[in-house]
Design a protein around this ligand. Sequence first.
Ligand SMILES: Nc1nc2c(ncn2[C@@H]2O[C@H](COP(=O)(O)OP(=O)(O)OP(=O)(O)O)[C@@H](O)[C@H]2O)c(=O)[nH]1
Ligand SMILES: [Mg+2]
Length: 223
Amino acid sequence: MTIRVELGTSLLARNEEMAAEIRYLCQDNNIFLVNIMSSPGAGKTTLLEKSLNFLKTHIKVAVIEGDIATTRDADRISAQGINAVQLNTNGACHLDARMVYQAFQKLDLSALDLILVENIGNLVCPAEFDLGENLRIVLLSITEGNDKIVKYPVMFRDAQMFLLNKIDLLPYTDFNLAELEKDLRTINSELEVFHVSARLGLGIEAWSNRLISIVRNHRRSES
Ligand SMILES: Nc1nc2c(ncn2[C@@H]2O[C@H](COP(=O)(O)OP(=O)(O)OP(=O)(O)O)[C@@H](O)[C@H]2O)c(=O)[nH]1
Ligand SMILES: [Mg+2]
């Protein structure tokens, strides 16, 4: 007799249950939840550092930091005067909804408009795990090359916003912007695209303003 155990399915089904709990908490507290994903080093934390300076003057925001081993990213965010919860996965290559739910227990949800989650640096696994988020943002940096869109399509297909970071390095690489735009249109024509340099602060105000307006529209429609 063959007994088959569908481990993957039950794992994702359990994740969906927790994601539903998170959605319920967000609705109850009128919070907008954002899941930020990219490969390691694309600039997620630098983007957050620069953007929070602007965001915090307009909306009440906290950050959940995913990291395999350290508290370095949460320390960088706390240094901006922002509440940051560090989740250490101890090896796992993605955050799941259970972990994010635990981080929610550490935050005063009634005092927040927006929670930004920095996922583990990885272009594959995080895309599979629903965190109950309202918006998925994927970051790609110039030094990674434009072919990552077609090589890791799921990540780009399932996101709603795309940030091209390290735009300051464009003149020093063979990154092909025209090819990137063509591939993005093929894989996800609905993606909202921003070009930024987190290091230089280029484009930070434009995307932060867009995020603020999305959060405010959402809050209005929910209340
Ligand atoms: N030139 C340039 N460097 C950048 C930019 N944004 C980030 N960096 C640099 O890229 C490196 C990685 O940045 P992080 O913000 O730590 O990247 P991350 O995506 O949070 O990395 P992980 O959390 O490890 O996945 C740092 O040395 C940053 O200074 C940018 O816009 N331009
Ligand atoms: Mg980081």
